[in-house]
Design a protein around this ligand. Structure first.
Ligand code: PLP
Length: 405
C-alpha cells in the first residue's frame, strides 16, 4: 500500500533532485551578487544567463532578452496586465474570461472597481470559449486581452493560436497565463500571436518563489518594479539566484520530456477516470469533452461535498484538491464549474486530481480501492441528513456534511 499518494500537482510539484543539486552551490559557496563587477559576482551572472536560455528554450521564445524573471505566476500575471494598461493609458477596456485563476480574476475585478470596463468571456458546459463572443468584444478602447492557456481546475486547454489571431488582427496586445501549460505542453511562443506569457517554476518541478514573464521583443512594456538595473531595468531588485538556476534546470528537463511525460501521465489519468467512473456510480468528469492537460482530472460526485471527500482521502494518505489551492478552505463552489453551468447536484462535489511525474499505476489502483468506500460512506451520511432535514456531522471523521437534495 502506498504510504502517500500525491495527486495535487497543479497546486505545486516536488523539486527534482537534479534541480536541488543545481541550486545548492548558489545557496552556499557561490553567493555572489550577479550585479557585482568582481569575478565572484560575474560568475553568478553568467550562470543566470544560462538559466535564462534554458527558460527561453522551454517557452520556444526567440531571444533570452524576452524573459523577465519574477517571483511567481501571480506576479507575472499582474505585471503583464498592469504593464499594458500603463503602456496604453487612453484605453480603458480589458477582455478576459470567467474561468481565469484568481491571479488574473481578482486583479481585473479590482480594476473594474477603479473604472476599467472588463468583458468576462463565458464558457460553455464543456469549458470552451466562444470565439465569436471574443471577436465582438474587441473595441478601439481595448487595452489588452488576457486568457489562460490551460485551466488549473479542469485542465481544459484554450485555442491560444486562434484567440491570438483574432486579437492581433485588431492590433491589441495579448497576454497568456501559461502557468499550468508550461512543462506540460509545447509552447513555441515565437510562432504564436502572443505578446506576453506568464509561467511559474513550482508547477514544473522547480522551487516556489520563482517564475518568468515573456515579453515579445519590440512590445512597449514599462518597468514594473523600480529599483536597480536588473532584468534590463524592467524589474529592479536582486535576483532570486538559486531559484532562477533551479527553474532553468527544471525547464531544461521538462523540455526534454514533454512528450514522454504527456504519454505516460495521460495514460495514468485516463486509467484513474475509467476506474472511478466504474467504481463510483454518480460520478462525472467536468470538462472531459474538451482538449485537456495530460495530468488533470476534475470529477464531481453527485450530492456530495468535495471537501468532505478530500478529508477522507487525506485520512487514507491521498492528497487531492477541490480546485485551485487559492480557494481551498472556502465552501464557495468553484467559479470555474459555475461558469461551466455544472448542475447544482454536482457543483459542490468536485474533486481535482492532478497527476505528475512521480505517480504510478499502483497509486491509481490504491485510489480506486479507497474511493468507492468514501463515496458510500458520505452518501450514507447525506441521506441521513436529508431524512433529518438538517446538517449531519460525522464527528468521528471530523467531516461536516451539508444535506443536499
Ligand atoms: N495562473 C494559474 C493558471 C495558476 O494555476 C496559478 C497557480 O496555481 C497561478 C496563475 C499563480 O501562480 P503562483 O502560485 O506561482 O503565483
Amino acid at each position: 500500500m502506498p504510504h502517500e499518494v500525491y495527486l495535487d500537482n497543479n497546486a505545486t510539484t516536488r523539486v527534482l533532485p537534479e534541480v536541488a543539486d543545481a541550486m545548492l552551490p548558489f545557496l552556499t559557496e557561490r553567493y555572489g551578487n550577479p550585479s557585482s563587477i568582481h569575478r565572484f559576482g560575474s560568475a553568478v551572472g553568467e550562470r543566470l544567463a544560462r538559466a535564462r536560455e534554458q527558460v527561453t528554450h522551454l517557452l520556444g521564445a526567440a531571444d533570452p532578452v524576452e524573459i523577465i524573471f519574477t517571483s511567481c505566476g501571480t506576479e507575472g500575471d499582474n505585471a503583464a496586465i498592469r504593464g499594458m494598461l500603463e503602456a496604453r493609458p487612453n484605453k480603458r477596456h480589458i477582455v478576459t474570461t470567467q474561468v481565469e485563476h484568481p491571479a488574473v480574476l481578482s486583479l481585473c475585478q479590482h480594476l473594474e472597481k477603479r473604472g476599467y470596463r472588463v468583458t468576462w468571456l463565458k464558457v460553455d458546459e464543456n469549458g470552451a470559449l466562444d470565439l465569436e463572443e471574443l471577436r465582438s468584444a474587441l473595441t478601439d478602447d481595448t487595452a489588452l486581452v488576457s486568457v489562460m492557456w490551460a485551466n488549473n481546475e479542469t485542465g481544459v486547454i484554450f485555442p491560444v493560436e486562434q484567440i491570438g489571431a483574432i486579437v492581433k488582427a485588431k492590433g491589441i496586445p495579448f497576454h497568456v497565463d501559461a502557468v499550468q501549460a508550461a512543462g506540460k505542453l509545447h509552447l513555441n511562443v515565437k510562432d504564436l500571436p502572443v505578446d506576453l506569457m506568464t509561467i511559474s517554476g513550482h508547477k514544473f518541478y522547480a522551487p516556489k518563489g520563482v517564475g518568468a514573464l515573456y515579453v515579445k521583443r519590440g512590445l512597449t512594456f514599462p518597468p514594473f518594479m523600480m529599483g536597480g538595473h536588473q532584468e534590463r531595468n524592467r524589474r529592479g531588485g536582486t535576483e532570486n539566484v538559486a531559484g532562477i538556476i533551479g527553474m532553468g534546470a527544471a525547464a531544461e528537463i521538462a523540455a526534454s520530456r514533454i512528450d514522454s511525460d504527456a504519454a505516460r501521465i495521460t495514460k495514468l489519468r485516463d486509467q484513474l477516470e475509467t476506474l472511478l467512473l466504474g467504481s463510483c456510480p454518480g460520478s462525472r468528469i467536468n470538462g472531459g469533452a474538451q482538449k485537456r492537460l495530460p495530468n488533470t482530472c476534475n470529477m464531481s460526485f453527485r450530492y456530495l461535498e468535495g471537501e468532505s471527500i478530500l478529508v477522507l482521502l487525506d485520512q487514507q494518505g491521498v492528497c487531492a484538491s477541490t480546485g485551485s489551492a487559492c480557494t481551498a478552505g472556502s465552501s464557495e463552489p468553484s467559479h470555474v464549474l459555475r461558469a461551466m453551468k455544472v448542475p447544482p447536484d454536482w457543483l459542490q462535489g468536485a474533486v481535482r486530481f492532478s497527476l505528475g511525474r512521480f505517480n504510478t499505476e499502483e497509486e491509481i489502483a490504491y485510489v480506486n480501492e479507497k474511493m468507492p468506500k468514501i463515496v458510500q460512506r458520505l452518501e450514507g451520511l447525506s441521506s441521513l441528513g436529508k431524512l433529518a432535514g438538517q446538517r449531519t456531522e460525522d464527528l468521528s471523521a471530523g467531516v461536516t456534511m451539508r444535506a443536499r437534495g
